[in-house]
Write a protein that binds this ligand. Structure first.
Ligand code: PEP
Ligand code: CO
Length: 457
């Protein structure tokens, strides 16, 4: 990509920056940023470019992106079992999707840095006390005390270290053979035997195992490429001081890379053409994501695409739409249309989670499985009708047995939410609901082949 004009890792500071905390000790913040900038990066520019070329293939209908993980990671969840279970559910889903969609899957975790959250209010009032809102553990802590809620620059370092531990463990598992297709039992989650979905899942696993051994028998050698898989990371690029500190030049390549993650994304609340986030993102060489949804005019989207991807670089821009099941039919087509008419072919991804949040009668935030599925199914059809291609899905999920979303094969009800509601921010699909979602996408692709056909845009 060409180097952006009048851009530097700090040029965002000249623009209005939404959703940033007010640090009471700016000097301490500067010292921490300096320290962060000197630590080794979490990812390399080779990996980042490799992902970009895979995303370009997905935009052409040749691959499919599975992006998933927590709404907000927490430091306490940086444990071997939580990380391994998240990896397992993503591997299981990707296996099911490969089989159903007949495409290679790009796996991108919402992890190793998903620690900063946008909030609707800067301050929170309880009784006669008003404190800064909780903005994720990269910024402050959730307990309602002044000490916890005061933005603390040290947390930037703690978050970076947790991200490094997470990515290190994931790499080690994968390099050690954890994701080997010959051994899907390595990533069986304990529940699989007891699940109503077990049979369908195991049928797919066995079918893939049979195809592998058939190929190996006729070729007389092991099918390489099946023993390890690529795994990429992503997080919302919200806290600009953190992102700035990770923005580096690398030898032998032009441009600036954000080396804290492979694909950062711009959240819906910070996607203003004149805003600081768009300014920061336009100058980095990574592939970038952007959330789009209700309230974004088609012309604004076109303007943003021109700012963020002036060269129309393949794989550069991933647009993650999140309208909600009631609004997608009306909201999505004009966005597809404006970019198609401009000759632009971003990778389109559906996030069926964020437009479908609702509160229960007791005030808990939840999402209904049927609404999530409905948005997803509509998204596939709308893209086909528009001559476009839905090249990926974006879920909030966990490998644990939480009860945060209602519905699914086990029919979780509002009452079940009391049992294991652990999220600090948005409700996630539990492992069973997440796998079911993948099975339903795969089943649907098998029933309607036009969806799995490559569609020229
Ligand atoms: C999120 O992905 O957790 C999020 C805040 O999404 P959105 O920007 O779409 O609200
Ligand atoms: Co969320």
């Amino acid at each position: 990509m060409s180097i952006a004009k009048d851009w530097s890792p700090t040029s965002w500071r000249r623009k209005p920056a939404l959703q940033q905390p007010a640090y009471p000790d700016p000097r301490r913040l500067e010292i921490v940023m300096e320290e962060l900038a000197h630590l080794p990066p979490l990812v390399t520019s080779w990996e980042v470019e490799h992902l970009k070329s895979q995303l370009a293939e997905a935009a052409r209908g040749e691959r499919f992106l599975l992006q998933g993980g927590d709404c907000a990671e927490t430091f306490a969840d940086c444990t071997s079992s939580v990380i391994a279970d998240k990896l397992k559910i993503l591997l299981q889903m990707s296996l099911v999707l490969t089989h159903g969609l007949r495409r290679r899957i790009i796996r991108v975790g919402r992890f190793a840095g998903q620690y900063a959250k946008p909030r609707s209010e800067d301050m929170e009032t309880r009784g006669d006390m008003t404190l800064p809102s909780y903005r994720g553990e990269l910024v402050n802590r959730a307990p309602y005390t002044l000490a916890d809620r005061t933005p603390n620059p040290e947390l930037l370092l703690r978050g970076y270290e947790r991200a490094a531990l997470t990515i290190n463990f994931i790499r080690s598992l994968i390099d050690g053979g954890f994701a080997d297709l010959h051994h899907p039992e390595y990533w069986d989650l304990g529940w699989v035997q007891h699940s109503p979905l077990a049979e369908e899942y195991h049928r797919i696993v066995n079918a893939i195992g049979d195809s592998l051994s058939f190929l190996e028998q006729i070729s007389g050698r092991p099918v390489n490429e099946t023993s390890r898989v690529d795994y990429f990371t992503s997080h919302e690029g919200l806290l600009l001081v953190y992102e700035q500190a990770q923005t580096r030049r690398v030898p032998h390549r032009a441009g600036w890379y954000n080396l804290s993650t492979h694909i950062p994304w711009i959240g819906m609340r910070t996607a203003q053409p004149g805003g600081a986030h768009v300014e920061y993102f336009r100058g980095i060489a990574n592939p970038i994501g952007m959330k789009v949804g209700p309230g974004m005019a088609a012309e604004t989207l076109l303007e943003l695409a021109e700012i963020l991807d002036p060269d129309r670089e393949p794989g550069r821009l991933t647009l993650i739409h999140r309208f909600g099941h009631k609004r997608i039919a009306e909201g999505l087509p004009p966005l597809l249309d404006v970019l198609r008419r401009a000759g632009r072919t971003p990778l389109w991804v559906c996030d069926p989670m964020h437009g479908n949040s609702e509160a229960t009668s007791t005030g808990l935030k939840t999402r209904r499985f049927e609404n999530i599925l409905s948005e997803l199914q509509q998204a596939f059809d709308i893209h086909v009708d528009a001559g476009s291609y839905l090249g990926g899905v974006h879920f909030e999920l966990t490998g644990e047995n939480v009860t945060e979303c209602i519905g699914g094969a086990r029919g979780l009800t509002e009452d079940d939410l009391r049992r294991s509601y652990n999220t600090h921010v948005d409700p996630r699909l539990n492992y069973e609901q997440a796998l079911e979602m993948a099975l339903l996408i795969a089943r649907r692709a098998a029933q309607s082949p036009r969806q799995s056909l490559r569609v020229a845009v």
